[in-house]
Design a protein around this ligand. Structure first.
Ligand code: ZN
Ligand code: ZN
Length: 328
């Protein structure tokens, strides 16, 4: 590989999706990453205010209690921000596009399909859907016109990022990124830490006010900052905590948000469902697969203005590259 040509571009510089890349393509954000600032303010603002209030109270009232509460709040805030960063700055599982449908992926003419579509160059007609076997269930996968590929099971084309993404859950506007195969565990950890932080600030605002000011009915008037923080966290708990509970339900039943909204597995069998323990293990303890695209690699010059990459047909076997399944 030579690098004499100063005009040479890396894959992230010619990537046709709408992602924003930083640090030379090492950090991959969604197109609406700026909404992260609002999320950071909504978590960081109250958390820092709470920490400052606790730091002031250390000097005058119950120093050990307020010191311990302060350390706990700093730790939870730090963890929430770390998981937020890991969620929003990682490649969520973007699938490389094809210039043309690889021949190996064109199903034979006996495939039952009512709708056929032309590929980008118009040279081949391919069925809109094809059947794939997953854990002895037949799953229909759709052809993506933009990415020129049959989406692997559980993958979906995110219209905001303009990419097909593996095990797509949803596009989160608060995080400004697709939530999918490679960042879902971090997203759930972020939600859990945010919920814990809300409960923590809510509970210890009240405990601190009661410890310092005594009577329950006069505390709000005596410490307005902690009163407002307690109220803010009480409202937030319902939103963040609700989302957290919903995602734990999805994890236990091995569904994505997208599948839950579209397919309603309660009415038909979910091919990915295992035991609750297995489902949880799969999400939190399985190795996160490496990205399919090395955004820092040099892009082939002929592809500077359009698509890059080619999907390997073995990906088709399942939503996850390592699970056992075959193409029908
Ligand atoms: Zn696509
Ligand atoms: Zn997206």
């Amino acid at each position: 590989m030579t690098s004499q040509n100063p005009e040479r571009k890396r894959i992230y510089q010619v990537w046709p999706g709408k992602n924003k890349f930083y640090c030379g393509g090492r950090l991959v954000f969604g197109p609406d990453a700026s909404s992260l600032l609002l999320t950071i303010c909504m978590i960081g603002g109250p958390a820092i205010t709470f920490c400052i209030r606790m730091a002031f109270l250390i000097q005058d009232h119950h120093p050990l209690f307020h010191f311990v509460v302060l350390i706990g709040a700093i730790l939870l805030t730090f963890m929430a921000f770390t998981f937020l960063f890991l969620t929003s700055s990682r490649d969520p599982g973007i699938i490389p596009r094809n210039k043309e449908v690889p021949e190996a992926e064109i199903p034979d003419v006996t495939t039952q399909s009512t709708e056929w579509v032309s590929n980008k160059l118009g040279s081949v007609k391919v069925p809109r859907t094809k059947d794939v076997m997953v854990n002895s269930f037949t799953v229909k996968v759709k052809f993506c016109d933009t990415c020129q590929l049959y989406r692997p099971p559980r993958a979906f084309h995110c219209s905001i990022c303009n990419n097909c993404v593996q095990r797509f859950d949803h596009h989160c506007p608060w995080v400004g990124q697709c939530i999918a195969l490679r960042n879902y565990p971090f997203f759930v950890c972020f939600l859990s830490c945010s919920t814990l932080l809300c409960i923590y600030v809510f509970v210890f605002s009240w405990v601190s006010m009661l410890k310092v000011h005594g009577e329950f009915y006069v505390v709000l008037a005596d410490d307005l900052i902690l009163g407002v923080l307690g109220l803010y966290c009480f409202v937030s708990i319902w939103f963040v905590g609700g989302l957290c509970v919903f995602h734990f339900y999805l994890i236990c039943t091995n569904q994505t948000t997208c599948e839950n909204f579209r397919y309603h597995y309660d009415k038909k069998e979910n091919p990915y469902r295992k035991g609750i323990l297995e489902n949880v293990k799969e999400l939190f303890f399985a190795r996160i697969p490496p990205p399919l695209i090395k955004f820092r690699d040099w892009a082939p010059e002929e592809e500077y203005d359009v698509e890059v990459g080619s999907i390997s047909s073995e990906l088709m076997s399942s939503g996850k590259p390592d699970s056992k399944a075959g193409v029908r």
